[in-house]
Design a protein around this ligand. Structure first.
Ligand SMILES: Cc1ncc(C[n+]2csc(CCOP(=O)(O)OP(=O)(O)O)c2C)c(N)n1
Length: 669
């Protein structure tokens, strides 16, 4: 099992990684070589002697997770994936950063076998790793994994100065320490260099003291001392009740003429310096993308050894499964996203005709989901659980009781950005469907994570409540105006803005049963009247993204499209218009993305091209412009809100039936 590795062969492998990096960056004409060269030794050692994985099956659920938070060091990861035989060919490495290659500039989830997560925006990866560690602990507790069942793997992350400087990292590590995530090991590439200079220009805090204050176990090593790294990793794993930071001093650009210099952060080195560097690394003159035969032989042996380790682990797992049939079935049901028969009907039953804030409807829908498939869910809020209605009432919170990871609820604390990154990490783990709540105005505080969820196409759900000026007295700092449009602009994010309980419940049913990517809910603080649907309706109509809730007798004079709390308003205005002889159709648009996906023919049925159309949204509403056309009216907000009761604001900004009806008549005239 433990294939021998002489010092000379070790160095040759490390220099192979460095050489591949130099050549790839040279061929691309751009890229980052400093960190991969500096990290080649500790990260190769981590992979070779510590990390549990199977190159033939990158998705093996019991594998350890490896997160390269500083995604710019992608060539380090690609080199390792190539050498261990993950199916990333040398040709792909030659195509580094080129269109359509499996080696994009920064690692992208789903593009390359073995890449666990998309990284590049610094600090996010640390948050993702915290989420993965939470998911593992939660799986072990919920499915009674003991020593051999699920959730026993470790999460290793590598982060640089840039990651550690980012706020999201402070937030995530604070929560990790609070929760005592002993299954998380963070290797800090302490090379004292960023882009603009040495760390002395902007980053002089005492990092070990900071992490100790955040309740981490902290060690310092020389990153080139293999025995020291082994011992530190062993000690880190022995710390079952605290996350571990290993501060590893390395030299950026190790082995190049630029070693230790800020300019080593990125390349290319240029032909002359590249040749000199490769000669220094012992790479034969004239060779590019060089992997020596003895290196190949060793890596093939290690690949086989990793697979043997996997088989042993699988055997222990199988024996656990035999002893714990019920828990094992729960774990498998979670990972397969199994839902009970009649699931949708169970979720949506009883919402018709109920008037309440849509955040309250969402909270009730969450209870239904948790009752129908308790194994699937984990979620929480950034200190607004009571307002966001995100708590699963039948469960406890992480940290409660004898088994602190048994609960399905998370107190994220006031840490929106980390909450987003952690939620993504939980989603990436693949066991649970996570959700995270805050006020919609603070979606800005977590937007980078929401964007990454969309880029990765992972099933994170974001619960944004208090979704308009109707927040009321808290005033314009708390009243989102541009956020709904801003969220709708993120490609691949499905935004649900339900108008009532049926739409809210069907939105959540969609999350559970239909979604292939992230979802954001936009939910009202204020009570909304249940829609009185006057045309034939089945709950699945909500999944079309738009449908008629009130129609004109015959051809409409105007079509009103609205979402969320403004649908009931549009219906009231339509009733006033009817009294004045204007026939209005009202279309509810719970999800613009789902409506667009229906195609033009369906859309033209709802909003005929030759009928004037008005969009109503207590927000900028500009994203609805696409529904009403250039000549249509977008009846929305033109400015920030104000501090007053929501009723006073509704009157002030015209979101009352008579003012809306009057504006529509003016528009039609
Ligand atoms: C959020 C974010 N801001 C800025 C950048 C651009 N950037 C990429 S690497 C880097 C410096 C990182 O320094 P360090 O972590 O020490 O990496 P090293 O220089 O050791 O490679 C910066 C500013 C980024 N990728 N993400």
């Amino acid at each position: 099992m433990s294939s021998e590795l002489s010092g000379a062969l070790r160095e040759k492998i490390e220099n192979t990684i460095r050489g591949l990096t130099v050549d790839a960056v040279e061929a691309a004409g751009i890229g980052h070589l400093g960190a991969p060269m500096g990290l080649a030794r500790p990260v190769f050692q981590l992979w070779d002697r510590h990390l549990r994985f199977d190159p033939a099956d990158p998705g093996w659920p019991l594998r350890d997770r490896f997160v390269l938070s500083g995604g710019h060091a992608s060539m380090l990861l690609y080199s390792l994936l190539h050498l261990y035989g993950f199916g990333l060919s040398l040709e792909e490495i030659r195509q580094f950063r080129k269109l359509g290659s499996a080696t994009p500039g920064h690692p992208e989830y789903g593009e390359t076998p073995g890449v666990e997560v998309t990284t590049g925006p610094l600090g996010q990866g640390v948050g993702n790793a915290v989420g993965m560690a939470i998911a593992a602990r939660a799986a072990r507790s919920r499915f009674r994994g003991g020593d051999d069942g699920p959730g026993n793997h470790l999460v290793y992350a590598v982060a640089g100065d840039g990651d550690l400087m980012e706020g999201v990292c402070y937030e995530a590590c604070s929560l990790a320490g609070h929760l005592g995530l002993g299954n998380l090991v963070l290797l800090y590439d302490d090379n004292q260099v960023t882009i603009d200079g040495g760390t002395e220009i902007s980053f002089t805090e005492d990092v070990p003291a900071r992490f100790e204050a955040q309740q981490w176990h902290v060690q310092r090593i020389d990153g080139n001392d293999v025995a020291g790294l082994d011992a530190a990793l062993e000690a880190a794993r022995a710390e079952s009740g605290r996350p571990s930071l290993i501060v590893a001093r390395t030299r950026i650009g190790h082995g190049s003429g630029w070693e230790g210099l800020p300019k080593a952060h990125g390349g290319p080195l240029g032909a002359e310096e590249a040749a000199a560097t490769k000669a220094n690394l012992g790479i034969p003159a004239g060779e590019t993308f060089w992997v020596a035969e003895d290196v190949r032989t060793y890596m093939a042996q290690r690949r086989a050894a990793k697979q043997a380790e996997r088989s042993a682990r699988d055997a222990a797992f199988a024996s656990w499964r035999d002893r714990n049939a019920e828990a094992a079935a729960g774990w498998e049901a979670a990972r397969a996203r199994t839902l009970p028969d009649g699931f949708v009907a169970r979720v949506v039953e009883g919402f018709e005709g109920k008037s309440a804030a849509t955040r309250a409807h969402s909270g009730e829908a969450i209870q239904r989901l948790a009752a129908a498939a308790p194994q699937l869910w984990i979620g929480g809020s950034a200190d607004l659980a009571g307002s966001n209605n995100t708590t699963i009432k039948e469960s406890t919170f992480l940290g409660d009781g004898d088994d602190p990871f048994a609960g399905a609820n998370i107190h994220f604390g006031v840490r929106e950005h980390a909450m987003g990154a952690i939620t993504n990490g939980i989603a990436l783990d693949g066991t649970f469907l996570p959700f995270a709540g805050t006020f919609m105005v603070f979606s800005d505080y977590m937007r980078p994570s929401v964007r990454l969820a969309a880029l990765m196409g992972i099933r994170s759900t974001f619960v944004f409540t208090h979704d308009s000026i109707f927040v009321g007295e808290d005033g314009p700092t708390h009243q989102p105006v541009e956020h709904l449009d801003a969220l709708r602009l993120i490609p691949g994010l499905t935004v649900f803005r339900p108008a009532d309980g049926v739409e809210a419940a069907m939105g959540w049913a969609w999350v559970a049963q239909e979604a292939a990517g992230p979802v954001a809910f936009s939910l009202s603080r204020q009570k909304v009247d249940a829609l009185k649907r006057e045309v034939p309706f089945v709950p699945e109509d909500v999944w079309k993204g738009g449908y008629v809730v009130r129609d004109a007798n015959g051809r409409p004079d105007v079509v009103l499209v609205a979402s969320g709390s403004e649908v009931a308003l549009a219906c009231d205005a339509a009733a006033l218009l009817a009294e004045a002889g204007v026939a209005a159709r009202v279309v509810s648009v719970p999800s613009l993305e789902l409506l667009r996906a229906q195609g033009d023919a369906y859309f033209d049925e709802l909003v005929p091209e030759d009928v004037p159309a008005v969009a109503v949204e207590a927000a900028l509403g500009e994203s609805l412009r696409s529904l009403v056309g250039r000549r249509g009216l977008v009846y929305g907000m033109k400015r920030f809100g104000a501090s007053a009761s929501w009723q006073a604001l509704a009157d002030e900004f015209g979101f009352v039936p008579d003012k809306l009806a009057a504006a529509i008549r003016t528009f039609l005239a």
